[in-house]
Design a protein around this ligand. Sequence first.
Ligand code: NAD
Ligand code: UGA
Length: 465
Amino acid sequence: KPKKITSICCIGAGYVGGPTMAVMAQKNPDIKVTVVDLNKQRIADWNDSDLSKLPIFEPGLDQVVAEARGRNLFFSTNVDDAIREADMIFISVNTPTKTYGSGKGMAADLKYIELCARQIAQIATTDKIVVEKSTLPVKTAQAIKSILDHTGNGVKFQILSNPEFLAEGTAMTDLANPDRVLIGGEQTEEGLKAIQSLVDVYATWIPKAQILTTNIWSSELSKLVANAFLAQRVSSINAISELCEASGANVEEVAKAIGMDSRIGPKFLKASVGFGGSCFQKDILNLVYISKSLGLTEVADYWEQVIIMNNHQRDRFANNIVSTLYNTVSGKKIAFLGWAFKKDTNDTRESAAIYVADKLIDEQAQISVYDPKVTAVQMQADLNYLNTRSEAENENFVKTETDAYKALEGAHAIAVLTEWDEFKTYNWQRIYESMSKPAFVFDGRNVLDKTALEAIGFRVKAIGK
Ligand code: NAD
Ligand code: UGA
């Protein structure tokens, strides 16, 4: 019989570990769920009695935490105790692109994963099911298994792959009602039992038909492939947006026309300034790296093109601002609406805004930014991370405002970088009056009403129109 899980530990209290475990605990009040992290501040924030201080912003997350925290959901920095107590351990740590050594700039950096495996190996005194929740290169389970199986203390481990498909900003609804849950494991008697134990955890709220079980390599690879396909759709429509601008077609009309073909489908066809987020680029680079390592040059080149197109779309947006503003933005105020990589999140990782800002600073523009959820400290950290210039220079060129109207006041141009709903509700007449003329708007998300803005007097450039 498969083991009934009573205690879960999740290593990594980030964008995935936090919300995923909050929902798992909410739906399984009889399972004790402990989320651990090395980052003391992060854990303190998860435990803050003021729910507005949770370390990540996700609509609906606060209610679920309020319901489960202290009942059967716990956040702690005591990694060892949580590992010791658990019969199932999720690894949900970050797996960024390597920044050093072989595979630099492409391969996934698995040092955090390996540290977790070694810590589990060292601490465990009872049998454990170890679940890969992080996104990992295909075959990582083999490495984890090899570390766990050489402890010599007789503890038995089963490794499962259970990739997460939630998108930020909609994490809570994605978790409560996922298209599918994917669980991969060894196709042996013990492996199948471990799979069933995890199926039973999910089955308390997810219909069985949506819980898909596979061999472990299919599961690992499917996660990379899902992100590659999604990103590919964005790059495909973005490529067409440039063609639309050059030909007089309208990318929204084209997207609607092709999306009504049920074989293509309407979702994920919004042209934009380029996709961001911590995962699309990282996971495609990883797929490209794996393909190259296996000698599959054409496969690698095919997927790399998705990234090349995305970089081009960001550059094109920045270049368009400069050329439209009479080929110089030096000393001009360019106001950014939005910094997060998409709406309804405070996450800025790989956001197009960072790269557009970097290009405009090279042109000596004075950038003023408003984002409803991103702090000035975060924006400076994002720019400094690029290492293009000194921190002092970044601070000089980029100012953050907490009032949108103040950010836009006196600007020569507005660039919309994130599709926050509130931007549509602004008093655009008032904004027009406060700006330098001619007043330009570059809508990198196609969220504003172009005709209405033009009627006020703005000169509007949207994507693909
Ligand atoms: P994150 O950086 O927000 O969180 C990771 C956390 O792990 C950090 O708080 C870090 O301190 C902690 N950590 C690292 N090493 C540790 C260790 N040895 N012991 C304890 N804690 C440790 O990352 P994330 O966005 O949650 O992503 C985690 C994984 O999930 C990645 O592999 C990512 O590709 C994948 N993923 C992310 C998303 C997303 O929307 N962000 C969605 C699906 C999958
Ligand atoms: C994405 C996937 O959608 C999730 O399924 C996956 O779990 C996650 O990556 C991950 O592995 O991290 P996420 O990056 O949170 O989720 O957000 P998306 O909604 O996919 O948006 C990614 C980027 O693409 C954003 O910058 C968004 O603005 C952009 N995008 C998306 C477009 O420009 N056009 C679209 O039509 C859709």
